[in-house]
Design a protein around this ligand. Sequence first.
Ligand SMILES: [Zn+2]
Ligand SMILES: [Zn+2]
Length: 226
Amino acid sequence: MHRRIADEIVEVLEALWTSEEDGGASEDGVAQRAKTTVTPELLSECEQHGYIRRGGGQIALTDLGRRTAEEVIRRHRLAERLVVDVIGMTIEESEADACEFEHLLARGVTEAICTLLGHPRLCPHQRPIPEGDCCRRARDQVSSVVTSVDRLEIGEQARVAYVSARNYPRIQKLSSLGILPGLPVRVHQKFPSFVIQCEETQIAIEEEIARDIYVWRGGAGSSEPS
Ligand SMILES: [Zn+2]
Ligand SMILES: [Zn+2]
């Protein structure tokens, strides 16, 4: 019973967070946006727990509510990015309901997924993803950022993070060529054709394909000492 109530509270806080992003929140607006039925009792409960402030039909997150919502919003939007960028589905195609996205990511893997995705700043709906500690660390350490192979400088060392699954046959083709997550890769030339070197093998690929290969710059993400 308590678990169910907690989920409902979380839905209210999420709806309130997005309403505040859009410039402010009325109780009616939050009720429309929330993926749960917002009863007066539910709002009172959020207030009693110290998550929200209410007055004159308006509603706002308290500091506690903001911290609680931020964590959920972060997981929700990172899970959306994971589904779109790595699994290659559109949000509509994925079977997750909007309110289930945050449950796709366990708390403990949020930082790892954020790092894998290159600390994305926006979700597929172009809403900001709240920063985590990993994002703040990455800003001080440019080399840990994930980018696509076509953006590397010639000769720059990198390591394959993942191949975007927007195109499944392409993933199979790239893995048959030996381009696999974890392997070192660098750009040999960009013109007249795009040639990458993965381990000892040089492979000519179309630039479009290079855009689907995501890498950690500077060989970061490796477990080997460099
Ligand atoms: Zn989104
Ligand atoms: Zn991050």
